[in-house]
Design a protein around this ligand. Structure first.
Ligand code: KG4
Ligand code: ZN
Length: 329
């Protein structure tokens, strides 16, 4: 059994975790910087990078202490190396390199998207390859065939905004606090999802791509018209996003031989999104898997776990591994 230290700092969450190759999360810690970014209505890269520098080393100390381990007990160090805000990415990657160098441990320079993509296998021991993955986060909205560790075939992506980005923008239009996803979900619970007519961009189109920019503009018009209760706009918006996700995923699923449908990324923390996709999987006779909410939004347990998957297959990286702002899976 191997024990992996995971480090994450690619956006506005600073995180460290210790996870074993037999799926034990020995310790994990996440510090969200929501309060620091809230006055700006979104993530400010410079503020995020500076905060990661201040927070991450203390989190490494905390998780080692919580697990009763020293750095010498760890088998490898997995750090997010991209994609993301480059100043932030460099903090986890350099911290990981420093620890790997000092403790003479292998480094795994991880793609953050691979962390999301493999996270369902940490929570679900019976989930084997291949699976069809809907990856819905703040920066990405993709359908992928996950064939194995490091083997991904992208079937579709968004032609404009990511799903989480749409939640964040709609929330801002409704005067809700950042981050928008959880705020919309809470408000939507009090609204009528059929109250406001909103478009379902690309629904019914022949390739399973996504588009959310037109939906955001429609929310903007609905909010400006002042005819609808904010809760009804939130509920109608959330339903429109779900209808898009389900329609596009259905198309991909019908073209896929994968026995399982899997959802990951921050938007997968949304209970209505989860249940709509679960119904789709049941309807199409596929197994369904989604990690618990804390493992959907950014965290370091998914980085440590993806590190464990790579380490177990001898996939380690050189200390010269680059930090990448862009890095498609
Ligand atoms: O995976 P994640 O934490 O970071 C990225 O890698 O992007 O995803 C963050 C995104 C944000 O856009 C946030 O608004 C959205 O996930 N999100 C949600 C919920 N929780 C987080 N969207 C809808 N409902 C939620 N409950
Ligand atoms: Zn993420």
């Amino acid at each position: 059994m191997a024990c992996i230290l995971g480090l994450e700092s690619s956006c506005d969450d600073t995180a460290a975790a210790l996870v074993t190759s037999d799926r034990q999360v020995l310790a994990h810690a996440v510090v969200s910087q929501n309060d620091a970014h809230r006055p700006f209505g979104g993530v400010v890269p410079e503020i995020a990078a500076r905060a990661h520098v201040q927070i991450l080393p203390g989190l490494v100390r905390d998780v080692l202490r919580d697990a009763g381990l020293g750095i010498g007990d760890v088998d490898a160090i997995a750090a997010t190396a991209g994609p993301g805000l480059i100043g932030g990415v460099m903090v986890a990657l350099l911290t990981g390199k420093g620890l790997a160098l000092a403790a003479d441990k292998p480094l795994i320079a991880l793609n953050h998207l691979e962390g999301h993509a493999l996270s369902p296998r940490l929570a679900d021991p019976d989930l084997g390859f291949p699976y069809l993955l809907l990856l819905v986060s703040g920066g990405h909205c993709q359908l992928l065939e996950v064939l194995g560790v490091g083997e991904y075939r992208r079937l579709a992506t968004t032609i404009d905004d990511a799903a989480g980005e749409a939640f964040d923008k709609a929330a801002k239009l409704l005067g809700l606090h950042f981050p928008g996803g959880p705020a919309i979900e809470r408000l939507a619970a009090q609204g009528d999802p059929s109250a406001v007519p909103l478009p379902r961009p690309l629904v019914g189109s022949g390739e399973p791509h996504f588009s959310f920019a037109g939906l955001k503009s429609a929310v903007q018009r609905a909010a400006a018209a002042d005819r609808h209760a904010p809760a009804d706009i939130a509920a109608s918006f959330q339903q429109a996003v779900i209808d898009c996700l389900v329609d596009r995923t259905r198309l991909a699923l019908d073209r896929s031989d994968s026995p399982a449908l899997v959802v990951a990324g921050g938007v997968a923390a949304n209970a209505s999104v989860r249940s709509a996709l679960q119904r789709l999987a049941a309807d199409r006779g596929r197994r369904f898997s989604v990690p618990p909410g804390w493992l959907c939004t950014d965290n370091a347990a998914m980085i440590a776990w993806a590190g464990a998957e790579r380490f177990g297959r001898g996939m380690v990286d050189d200390l010269a591994a680059p930090a990448r702002a862009r890095w498609p899976l």
